[in-house]
Each structure stands twice: as C-alpha cells, then as structure tokens.
Design a protein around this ligand. Structure first.
Ligand SMILES: [Zn+2]
Length: 76
C-alpha cells in the first residue's frame, strides 16, 4: 500500500513537472494581423485628393474621388 502511495506521489510530481514545463514555454506570439493588405492609393484626377483604389471611381481618364468629379472631368 505504501508503494502505491509513493507511486501516486511520483506520478503527481511528474505531472506537475511536465505541467510546469508546458507553462514555461513562451506563448507563440500571434501572427501580425494582415486583415487589410496595403491598398494602392490613387489620386483624384479632378481634385487630387488621395484615396484607396477600392473607393475610387474609375473613369476613362483616370481615377476620381467621386462620381461628380468623374462627370465634371469627363463630361459624362
Ligand atoms: Zn475629386
């Protein structure tokens, strides 16, 4: 019976030791969030304001900040 208790104590000790080791390992730093990849910036052909290409209005002569400026510049 004494041997069994000793075995349990040793197992518990090993468990604690392994647990301590896993806790000591430094946490893996989270990968930098690349949620929004750098968007190419364009400037409005009409007024020159800079804006991400995804927000720009495509025109025949270039990119514009809004539909009104595209119309003003291209007359359409
Ligand atoms: Zn503009």
């Amino acid at each position: 019976m004494k041997a069994l208790v000793l075995l349990l104590v040793v197992l518990f000790g090993v468990w604690l030791w392994r647990r301590g080791r896993t806790l000591q390992t430094p946490p893996v730093p989270p990968a930098p969030q690349v949620s929004a990849p750098a968007q190419p910036m364009v400037s409005c052909t009409r007024c020159g304001v800079h804006l991400p290409q995804s927000l720009a209005v495509r025109g025949r002569q270039g990119d514009y900040c809004c539909e009104a400026h595209r119309r003003e510049a291209e007359g359409g």
